[in-house]
Ligand binder design. Structure first.
Ligand code: UTP
Length: 270
C-alpha cells in the first residue's frame, strides 16, 4: 500500500564540515557501508519498492554507489575473488534521482518528488537519523498506523527539553499508547515547546501534502519547511504521530555517530 519513498539528500551538511565539503553526509561510513544504505535497507524491509533520492550536484557518489561497477566485477572474477561479488550486489529496489539545484529547504526537496509520487501515499526517510529496532523496522511501524487511520503519520521520540529547539516538535492529543493526533507542530521552538515529542525523520504522507508544500511561504531560516506544510495540512485533515520504538542516532552529532559505530561493529562484550 505504501510502495514509494523519498530520501532527501541535497543538504549542505554544515554541521558535519569539513568532511562534508567532499564527502556527502549520507555517505559517512558505518561499519563499511554508507549511512544511506541503512535507510535503503529499512525501506525495503518495510515493503518499499521505489525510492527517489533527492541529490545535488556534489552528491554523484550516491548514484555511483547504487550502480553496477562492471570493471570491478570483472576484476574480482579474473582474480578468483567471486566470493566478494555479494559485497557489491545492488539492493532489490528501483531507484530514481532528482537534483535540487539549491538547498532551499527540506520542504522544497520533498516537493521535487511530486511527479514520482503521483497519487499514492508515500514515505520520507531522513538520512541523518539511523534508527535501530530489534522489533519492526521503524518505517513499517508508521505504515501499520497509516493503514489503520489513513492520515499522515509522523515518527516522533521523547526528547530532552534542552534539545527540543533543534527539532520540529508536535502538540499532541493522546490517542492510544504511544499514538497521538497532531494538534499543532512547531519548527525549532526557541521557547515553550508544545511537548517533548520531537520529529525524528520518518514520515508517511498522503499526496495532498504537495498542495500544502506549494502554497506555504518560506519559514525558519528562509527555507521551505516541511514542518509548515504538515502544520497547515493538520488543520484540514487529521494527522497522526507515533513514538517509534527503537534507538535513534543522529549521525551529524559525532558522539552519536561514534556510539552507533561502537554498537554495530565495536568490540563485543562476552
Ligand atoms: P538537515 O538540515 O538535517 O541537513 O536536513 P543538512 O542541511 O544537510 O545539514 P546541516 O543542518 O546543514 O548540517 C535534513 C535532510 O534534508 C535534506 C538533507 O540532505 C538532510 O538529509 N535536505 C535539506 C535537502 O535535501 N534539501 C534541502 O534544501 C535541505
Amino acid at each position: 500500500m505504501v510502495r514509494k519513498a523519498i530520501i532527501p539528500a541535497a543538504g549542505y551538511g554544515t554541521r558535519t564540515l569539513p568532511i562534508t565539503k567532499v564527502l556527502p553526509k549520507e555517505m559517512l561510513p558505518i561499519c563499511g557501508r554508507p549511512a544511506i544504505d541503512y535507510l535503503v535497507e529499512e525501506a525495503i524491509k518495510s515493503g518499499i519498492e521505489q525510492i527517489l533520492i533527492v541529490v545535488s550536484r556534489s552528491k554523484n557518489m550516491i548514484l555511483d554507489y547504487y550502480d553496477r561497477s562492471v570493471e570491478l566485477e570483472t576484476y574480482l572474477d579474473e582474480k578468483g575473488k567471486n566470493h566478494l561479488l555479494k559485497e557489491i550486489s545492488l539492493p532489490n529496489v528501483h531507484f530514481q534521482y532528482v537534483r535540487q539545484s539549491y538547498a532551499r529547504g527540506l520542504g522544497e526537496a520533498i516537493l521535487l518528488g511530486k511527479h514520482f509520487v503521483g497519487d499514492e501515499p508515500f514515505a520520507v526517510l531522513l538520512p541523518d537519523e539511523i534508527i535501530l529496532s530489534d522489533k519492526q523496522p521503524p518505517l513499517s511501524q508508521l505504515i501499520e498506523m497509516f493503514k489503520e487511520f489513513k492520515g499522515n503519520v509522523i515518527g516522533v521520540k521523547k526528547t530532552d527539553p534542552s534539545l527540543l529547539k533543534n527539532y520540529g516538535v508536535i502538540q499532541p492529543q493522546a490517542l492510544r499508547e504511544k499514538e497521538y493526533t497532531i494538534k499543532d507542530i512547531v519548527e525549532k521552538p526557541q521557547q515553550s515547546p508544545p511537548s517533548d515529542l520531537a520529529v525524528i525523520g520518518r514520515y508517511i504522507f498522503n499526496p495532498a501534502i504537495f498542495h500544502y508544500l506549494e502554497t506555504i511561504s518560506p519559514g525558519v531560516g528562509g527555507e521551505i519547511q516541511l514542518t509548515d506544510a504538515i502544520k497547515a495540512m493538520a488543520q484540514d485533515y487529521t494527522s497522526y504521530a507515533l513514538e517509534i520504538q527503537g534507538q535513534s542516532y543522529d549521525i551529524a552529532k559525532s558522539t552519536e555517530y561514534v556510539k552507533l559505530i561502537n554498537y554495530l561493529c565495536g568490540p563485543k562484550e562476552d
